[in-house]
Design a protein around this ligand. Structure first.
Ligand code: NAD
Ligand code: TDX
Length: 350
């Protein structure tokens, strides 16, 4: 069946890979990218597919009910993949209300307008909500997050994402809206905005600037290549069970310090530097407030029920990611000019 899919946040990091995958792999689907283009949204991310006949970009805010109503009607949307969000934990510590507005109010507005537009006719309809493993809180040294792990968010970002997940399930139970949710671990890959650990460190190595590691660098994250997240979203959209949630992750845990040391080694090799040069840039700085110790996803349900597994190892994915940044220095320069300079100074001082 042909689908008319609204992808929110399709100009951002993960959204751009999801848009590209659906536009390219499903020529019979109409893909509408609805994005308000915050600092994190960049149409350059999807320049290669912008002229495709099955693709349209609409600039709009998910908190603007009239704009959402219009795009749903104009394109007869039957499927929503909702990625638009404020996504950076450090920014949520500085400005929590921006996260409540976009992630909670924005998701509620999108759900409410979809409910009104679909008007109880849910045949062939789906609201797919893309969420994060951070809603589960922080793990100790052992254990994993499962789909039935209790929510225990600790940052304004994760609390706002938890709120959005709860709203999605409320629309499922109360109005029988067909929904599905996935909770994914940390993504990395091309087009990642350089406020996040990996692209920030790549950019700083290129500019021979300090690599800020919060606390002792002992916090653990579970990293997944963004293109594998896009493939998981594809599988869940087509085969996921209505009303279910799926954890997405690659069983790939790294302490921040070990990860940055590996990144330094790969960068030195690719740049032809003497071994160990980039590691000298590592600088331990004040810890993030409320810094979650460890995230680790158990993605067995997704593997066993829907047959999804990641396609690359971490070393392959990280190598491809570095290559992309080395080949796209213009993109990096474009996104680190302007407001980025002020953001960087306010968080890191120099
Ligand atoms: P991002 O910050 O790179 O992109 C967010 C996009 O949403 C941008 O294009 C931005 O312009 C758009 N946007 C923001 N507010 C909007 C609004 N009010 N209306 C319309 N568009 C708006 O984020 P990302 O890292 O690509 O994350 C995408 C989604 O995946 C988010 O929901 C995030 O919570 C989730 N997620 C991210 C990760 C990760 O590691 N980055 C992991 C798991 C889940
Ligand atoms: O300069 C830094 N130094 C540092 O030590 C930055 C930016 C981060 N860190 C640490 C904090 C984390 O332990 O590195 C780890 C990764 O940090 P981020 O890249 O900011 O990601 P994280 O906070 O783990 O959240 C990410 O994964 C889950 C995404 O930003 C979220 O959107 C997603 O939901």
């Amino acid at each position: 069946m042909n689908k008319h899919i609204l992808i929110t946040g399709g100009a951002g990091f993960i959204g751009s890979h999801v848009v590209r995958r659906f536009v390219t792999n499903y020529p019979d689907y109409q893909i509408v990218n609805f994005d308000t283009l915050t600092y994190a949204g960049n149409l350059e991310n999807i320049k290669d597919i912008e002229k495709s006949s099955n693709y349209t970009f609409v600039k709009g805010d998910i908190c603007d009910a009239a704009a959402v109503e219009k795009v749903l009607h104009d394109f007869q949307i039957d499927t929503i993949i909702h990625l638009a969000a404020e996504s950076h934990v450090d920014r949520s510590i500085t400005d929590p209300l921006a996260f409540v507005r976009t992630n909670v109010l924005g998701t509620a507005t999108l759900l409410n307008e979809a409910k009104k537009y679909w008007n109880g006719n849910y045949d062939g309809k789906l609201f797919y909500h893309v969420s994060t493993d951070e809603v589960y809180g922080s793990l100790g040294e052992t254990g994993f997050f499962y789909e039935d792990t209790s929510y225990d968010p600790r940052s304004p970002y994760s609390a706002s994402k938890a709120g959005s997940d709860h709203l999605v399930m409320a629309f499922y139970h109360t109005y029988h809206m067909p929904v599905v949710i996935s909770n994914c671990s940390n993504n990395y890959g091309p087009n990642h905005f350089p406020e996040k650990l990996i692209p920030l460190s790549i950019n700083n190595i290129l500019n021979k600037k300090a690599l800020p590691i919060y606390g002792k660098g002992e916090n653990v994250r579970d990293w997944l290549y963004v293109i594998d997240h896009a493939s998981a979203i594809d599988v869940i959209l087509h085969k996921g069970k209505i009303g279910d949630t799926y954890n997405v992750g690659g069983h790939n845990e790294w302490t921040n310090i070990d990860l940055i040391k590996l990144l330094c080694k790969l960068m030195d090799e690719k740049l032809g530097n003497a071994a160990g040069i980039s590691e000298q840039l590592i600088s331990f700085v004040k810890d993030r407030a409320g810094h979650d110790l460890r995230y680790a996803i158990d993605a067995t349900k997704l593997k066993d029920e829907l047959g999804w597994v990641p396609s690359v190892t971490f070393e392959e994915g990280l190598s491809k990611t570095i290559d992309w940044y080395l080949e796209n220095k213009d993109w990096l320069e474009q996104v680190t000019s302007g407001n980025y300079v002020n953001y960087y100074k306010s968080l890191y001082g120099a």
